[in-house]
Write a protein that binds this ligand. Structure first.
Ligand SMILES: CC(C)(COP(=O)(O)OP(=O)(O)OC[C@H]1O[C@@H](n2cnc3c(N)ncnc32)[C@H](O)[C@@H]1OP(=O)(O)O)[C@@H](O)C(=O)NCCC(=O)NCCSC(=O)CCC(=O)O
Length: 548
């Protein structure tokens, strides 16, 4: 039997076992002319490329990580949302779930992201602006009110203060009667790209890496279904990188997290299955599809060959995709619906596990309810009407896409070698290497746009006279004072001794490097210590990162 025949047979038997758990959506799939659609199209026989292409659900996963992909289950439709108060955001969440969204994704305001309470002077003017304001467990209880945490998985875009928000989520679960071993979701928890591109860091790299590996270890033992990190290329791309740089720097950061976890004494197969990724999708359709396929293949090879992981789950790159915020224009905002459709289609053709589609008005403000609904409908139309989800990896075998996939893989490998020579991603970040590469590309792209070598419809060509005045969402300015009052009430009503004791325990255990801090943070959260109080203890002990 040739290798290809063996892979084919393995794939077929994995399909049989998968559909017992996840039956396919239909008994048979057909086109609109009633032509039968096969599960997978592939060339049988001599051209054995299984080390590069293989079959879906099989190493090196070029064609997707599941044996049946979307024939069994669509990707998770997970719209990133959050603004103002926990109560307001809870309403938006419930609206989106009512409209058929299949997972939650929380946007936090900047003070929450960098560990300040709403009444801190550092938070002034920012409370509830780019996301929801969360100060204590009380806000988290409101945020997740009536949302069944045993059924809905929640992603939280939180990095420097991820440990605190994870503990709040666990505590709300307990109050709902959902034990932590049943909770599903993801925390972003990717500090390296914060230093590179996004900016919401608090502590220096070393202690930040400790918190991250503490989370890996704690979750593996106690919250085993939670994805402990979402290693993010999204923001690297938003900052101006190319698609190749996005994939390369993200994978380099992934390698750094694996190294840090191994150094802390963890076995690779205990934490690697819960590493998740997060990519951007821009307009150059085929390049985006190829990027996703190449990234998956590279990660599988690294985990299997370099790190000798044995569990196939450790080899699989599972990723979320968001359409490209920076590609949207304030001019003729309805055109953004078309851009988002193209980008979302690329993510689906690239085999994403979860997807956020941006709203048409995001170049202007936070999305209104109407815009958020159209964005979700875009995913639903792709899923239910286009037929692209009815066969696996429909672009696999295209000469162009396979060649682009190979070239992207090679170019990413070159970057990985360069970063390795520098001493790894942490060192490369500290030296500003990735930041410089991104800035250079951002500068060149901007020059091309200004010279009209790169056409952006409605921006540098096909312009119209228009008054852009759509119905924009405004965050209520009164929120900040309401939030400040609410903290005062919490502080008055909680058991202060228990807050002091739990905070003192965190301080004590920070000093012993080998202690996992998560149980102590969980105790403090349950005592209604605020995010600012917890992060300030860590600030005192770890110091603050001032930046480059
Ligand atoms: C792994 C992902 C990518 C996706 O997880 P999901 O739970 O949604 O999906 P999933 O894991 O694929 O599927 C759920 C379960 O169903 C199973 N499953 C799915 N499809 C299957 C199939 N065809 N056959 C068999 N099983 C299948 C999976 O194995 C899994 O079970 P098992 O688990 O048992 O295997 C996760 O990390 C995620 O949801 N990420 C979202 C990140 C996010 O929203 N980020 C927003 C950032 S917003 C931002 O940062 C931008 C702006 C800013 O700067 O602020």
């Amino acid at each position: 039997m040739s290798t290809n025949e063996k892979s084919e047979q393995d794939w077929k038997s994995s399909v049989d076992s998968t559909i017992k758990r996840f039956p396919e959506r239909k008994d048979s799939f057909t086109t609109s002319s009633n032509i039968e659609v096969d599960r997978l199209y592939y060339s049988e026989g001599e051209n054995d490329s299984s080390d590069q292409l293989g079959f879906p659900g099989q190493y090196p996963y070029t064609r997707g990580i599941q044996p049946t992909m979307y024939r069994s289950r669509f990707w998770t439709m997970r719209q990133y949302a959050g603004f103002g108060s926990a109560e307001e955001t809870n309403k938006r969440f419930r609206y989106l779930l009512d409209q058929g969204q299949t997972g939650l994704s929380v946007a936090f305001d900047l003070p929450t992201q960098i560990g300040y309470d709403s009444d801190d002077i550092m938070a002034e003017g920012e409370v509830g602006k780019v996301g929801v304001a969360i100060d204590s467990l009380h806000d988290m209880e409101q945020l997740l009110d009536q949302i069944p945490l045993d059924k809905v998985s929640t992603s939280m875009t939180i990095n420097a203060s991820a440990s605190v928000l994870l503990c709040m989520y666990i505590a709300v679960g307990e109050k709902q009667g959902v034990p932590m071993e049943k909770l599903t979701g993801t925390i972003q928890n990717d500090i390296l790209k914060e230093y590179i591109a996004r900016g919401t860091y608090i502590y220096p790299p070393k202690p930040s890496m400790r918190l991250i590996t503490n989370i890996f270890e704690y979750c593996q033992k106690n919250v085993p279904k939670f994805n402990t990190i979402s290693i993010s290329g999204y923001h690297i791309r938003e900052a101006g990188s190319t698609a190749v740089q996005e994939a390369a720097f993200t994978i380099a950061n992934g390698i750094a997290y694996v190294d840090a976890a191994l150094e802390s004494g963890l076995d690779v197969d205990t934490f690697a299955p819960r590493l998740a990724f997060f990519f951007n999708a821009h307009n150059n359709f085929f390049e985006e599809v190829a990027k996703f396929r190449a990234a998956r293949r590279i990660w599988a090879k690294i985990m299997k060959e370099q790190y000798k992981a044995k569990d196939p789950k450790s080899w699989k790159m599972r990723f979320h995709t968001q359409t490209g915020g920076s590609t949207l224009t304030a001019q003729q905002p309805d055109n953004n619906i078309v851009r988002v459709t193209l980008q979302a289609l690329a993510a689906v053709m690239g085999g994403t596990q979860s997807l956020h589609t941006n709203s048409r008005d995001e170049a202007l403000s936070l999305p209104t309810e109407d815009s958020a609904r159209i964005a979700l409908r875009t995913q639903q139309i792709i899923a239910n009407e286009s037929g692209v989800a009815d066969t696996i990896d429909p672009l696999g075998g295209s000469y162009y896409v396979e060649e682009l996939t190979n070239v992207i893989e090679e170019q990413v490998q070159e970057y990985l070698e360069r970063i390795n020579e520098i001493g790894g991603a942490v060192q490369a970040v500290e030296e500003g290497y990735m930041q410089r590469e991104i800035q250079q590309n951002a500068y060149e792209t901007q020059k091309r746009i200004e010279k009209e070598e790169e056409v952006i419809v409605g921006l540098n060509k096909f312009k119209i006279d228009e008054e852009v005045n759509p119905d924009l969402l405004k965050v209520d300015e009164a929120l900040e004072s309401a939030q400040i009052k609410s903290i005062e009430v919490i502080r008055k009503n909680r058991d202060q001794e228990s807050v002091d004791n739990t905070l003192a325990a965190i301080r004590k255990h920070v000093k012993t490097k080998d202690t996992n801090l998560i149980p102590f943070i969980l105790d403090a959260v349950k005592a209604y210590a605020t995010i600012g109080e917890i992060c300030n203890v860590l600030r005192d002990e770890f110091g603050e990162y001032i930046g480059m």
